[in-house]
Ligand binder design. Structure first.
Ligand code: G1P
Length: 293
């Protein structure tokens, strides 16, 4: 049973990024750099490599720089051309050409489910991708593409899963499911951020989803859930009763960039993967006298 390919991907980016203040007073947290690209760029690349050509951002106040980043910058391009820096110029132009970009606003911070609902007018396909860009995932095959493969064979919705420790379950949506083999589960229940000791398992939803368009009906009728917000997990629970929802233990390495410490770890890990930067990092650490203690 082959299903339609994936064309669209939604990025909720309206959050205020308070964990990074004052750095994010005037810059969206999604625009903080991970080495030489803003965090959001990695998620968009993943969506494009997974086959998406339409990217929809659900933005909020003070997120204009995301729009500017994915648009042409003619003055800068002209300047680089005059200076003969054509390769750099072409790289900048390419950013605006990798996909079609659309923007909708989420005027109130009413939760992830509400952010997804705000994107509905731009998402009229039978299914769409959803990427939470705080997680950058390094993988041979893009994770959203891994979910799209499951969808193309089995239909339904597909969530990326990772096994987390019992102490961490309260940070995630946790699923229960029947194992189908090769890291694939047919999900039977979900709970948002269960308290320690109350989690039904350790399989956590990570910020990659392939969602059936039917999710909107469930989001519209979802009341306030955990933290008084409209939770995507609650709508998925409703969807389960009607359509299959699968979970896939994705293949890849997740770099959480959602807090200062996580972002720092992600930056160092990325630098250590680059042969040139690796030497710089090790050299700094050596000179600071921290190695070998
Ligand atoms: C959201 C979802 C949660 C999921 C998590 C992944 O929570 O509600 O189910 O596990 O993303 O990052 P948030 O991190 O927005 O609080």
């Amino acid at each position: 049973m082959r299903k339609d390919p994936l064309h669209k991907c939604l990025f909720p980016v309206a959050g205020l990024g308070t964990r990074f203040l004052p750095a994010t007073k005037d810059i969206p947290k999604e625009m903080l750099p991970l080495i030489d690209k803003p965090i959001i760029h990695y998620g968009v690349e993943e969506a494009v490599l997974s086959g998406c050509r339409d990217i929809v951002f659900v933005t909020g106040r003070s997120k204009r720089s995301i729009e500017d980043y994915f648009d042409r910058s003619t003055e800068l391009e002209q300047l680089l051309e005059q200076r003969g820096q054509n390769e750099l110029r072409d790289n900048l132009v390419r950013i605006s050409e990798i996909a079609n970009f659309a923007y909708v606003r989420q005027s109130e911070p009413l939760g992830l489910g509400h952010a997804v609902l705000c994107g509905e007018p731009c998402l009229n396909d039978s299914h769409f991708g959803l990427i939470l860009p705080d997680d950058v995932i390094l993988s041979e095959k893009p994770v959203l593409g891994q979910l799209a493969e499951v969808h193309s064979e089995r239909g339904g919705s597909v969530l990326a899963l990772e096994e987390v420790s019992w102490e961490e379950t309260s940070r995630y949506g946790i699923v229960e499911g029947l194992e189908l083999g090769n890291g694939l589960f047919r999900i039977t229940d979900l709970v948002e951020k269960p308290l320690p000791g109350e989690a039904p398992g350790r399989l956590a939803i990570i910020g990659r989803y392939l969602l059936s368009g039917s999710i909107f009906r469930h989001l519209r009728s979802a009341g306030a859930g955990v933290n008084g917000e409209i939770q995507l997990t609650d709508a998925l629970k409703g969807l389960l009763a009607e359509e299959p929802v699968f979970g896939l233990l994705y293949k890849g390495e997740r770099l959480d960039c959602g807090t200062k410490v996580d972002w720092l770890r992600a930056t160092v890990k990325m630098a250590l993967r680059d042969p040139e930067l690796k030497e710089f990092v090790l050299d700094i650490v050596r000179k600071e006298g921290c190695l070998g203690r």
